[in-house]
Structures are given as structure tokens and as C-alpha cells.
Design a protein around this ligand. Structure first.
Ligand SMILES: CC(C)(COP(=O)(O)OP(=O)(O)OC[C@H]1O[C@@H](n2cnc3c(N)ncnc32)[C@H](O)[C@@H]1OP(=O)(O)O)[C@@H](O)C(=O)NCCC(=O)NCCS
Length: 171
């Protein structure tokens, strides 16, 4: 009988994940993204900040995908930015990117943010399709963002009407 693949486990990222995340980063981000990879030290710094919203997916105890973003500070506290989402090349097209993006958006909502934004390379069809499928719309083109020849598209998703607060909970 064929053995079932091990189940994927989605959980919050923690400080001890920094080195594994940096290894995944090197496998996942190539081409124009290579110069923009996070190091283990950068992951560790983000994971120590309360504003960070980060999740990983593990298979057999090994991290194969992650998403990391931050809730904006100060007057931008009502917005959140997705900095990075990546799935190991061997684990793609199995809905892990979708699960992580949904987990990020759910966390952003729980923090009471009104919108989420991100930048993606204009050439990255897979990621643009993922984000568009989850309600993100392009709001701006940023020329020469990832390299001299690679523009970014800034995308945004409104999560609730600006200024509208969550209804108080009934007791
Ligand atoms: C973009 C990325 C995160 C998608 O992860 P994934 O787990 O393979 O994606 P999923 O299986 O969850 O797919 C969800 C949707 O994304 C889109 N998508 C994913 N891969 C795609 C591809 N190769 N071509 C076209 N659309 C694609 C589709 O709309 C898909 O929905 P569908 O399955 O109903 O067609 C993954 O390709 C990746 O890690 N890329 C390298 C890192 C990167 O570019 N990150 C984004 C930087 S902003």
C-alpha cells in the first residue's frame, strides 16, 4: 500500500527558526530576488519584534514554507505589510502558499488592521496570481525596485472600511 505523505503543520514562527528560514530563503529566492534575501540575523531580529506576524509550514519537522510580515508602527498601525512568502521548490503547487497567505491575513485582521500591502516583482506571475486570488489589487508600479531592470508592483488589500472599528463583543 502506498504510504501517505506526512501531514503539513502550520504554526507561528519562533526565534529558533531563524537559521532554517535563512536556508529556505536561499533555495526559494533566485534571480532578481537573490540580492534581497533575509539572513538568519535579519530573521532573528524580525522574530523578536512584537509587530511581526510570521508563520511556517513544517513537513516531518522540517520547515518548507513561511510567510513574514509586520504590523505598521505609529500612524501606520492600521496597515500591515507582507514582506516575504516562500515555499521550497519541492513543495510548490500544494496550496502551502495559499494557507500561509490566509494565516497572515487572519493574523492581520486579529490585530485590527484595515489593510495589507506588499511588493512583488512585476515578472513574478506565480506570486501575482496568488495575491490576486486573495483580493490584492495593484496600486502602483515601482521601476527598478528589485534590480535595474526589474520593477515591483505594489499591491493592496482592504480588510475593512477605514476608520471602522470592530463591533464591541457581546457579553
Ligand atoms: C509564489 C509561491 C509562494 C506560491 O506558493 P505555492 O505553495 O506554490 O502556491 P499554491 O499552491 O498555494 O497556489 C495558490 C495559487 O497561486 C497561484 N500560483 C502558484 N504557483 C503558480 C504558478 N507556478 N503559475 C501560476 N500561478 C501560480 C495560482 O493562482 C494558485 O491557485 P490555483 O492552484 O488554484 O491555480 C511560490 O511559488 C514561491 O515560493 N515562489 C518563490 C518565492 C516568491 O516568489 N515569493 C513571492 C515574493 S513576493
Amino acid at each position: 500500500m502506498a504510504r501517505r505523505p506526512p501531514p503539513d503543520r502550520l504554526r507561528r514562527a519562533r526565534a529558533a527558526d531563524a537559521a532554517a528560514l535563512a536556508r529556505l530563503e536561499r533555495r526559494a529566492f533566485v534571480g532578481c530576488y537573490a540580492a534581497h534575501r533575509f539572513s538568519a540575523a535579519q530573521f532573528a531580529a524580525y522574530l523578536a519584534r512584537p509587530a511581526t506576524l510570521a508563520h511556517v509550514v513544517e513537513q516531518s519537522g522540517r520547515i518548507v514554507a513561511y510567510a513574514l510580515g509586520v504590523q505598521g508602527g505609529g500612524s501606520r498601525a492600521r496597515g500591515a505589510r507582507l514582506y516575504s512568502i516562500a515555499v521550497a521548490p519541492t513543495a510548490r503547487r500544494r496550496a502551502l502558499g495559499r494557507r500561509l497567505l490566509r494565516a497572515f491575513l487572519a493574523a492581520v485582521r486579529r490585530r485590527g488592521c484595515e489593510r495589507a500591502s506588499l511588493e512583488v516583482a512585476a515578472t513574478n506571475r506565480a506570486a501575482i496570481a496568488l495575491f490576486t486570488g486573495h483580493g490584492f489589487v495593484p496600486v502602483r508600479r515601482l521601476p527598478a525596485y528589485y534590480s535595474a531592470t526589474t520593477a515591483a508592483i505594489r499591491m493592496r488589500r482592504q480588510l475593512r472600511a477605514a476608520g471602522r472599528r470592530r463591533a464591541p463583543r457581546r457579553r
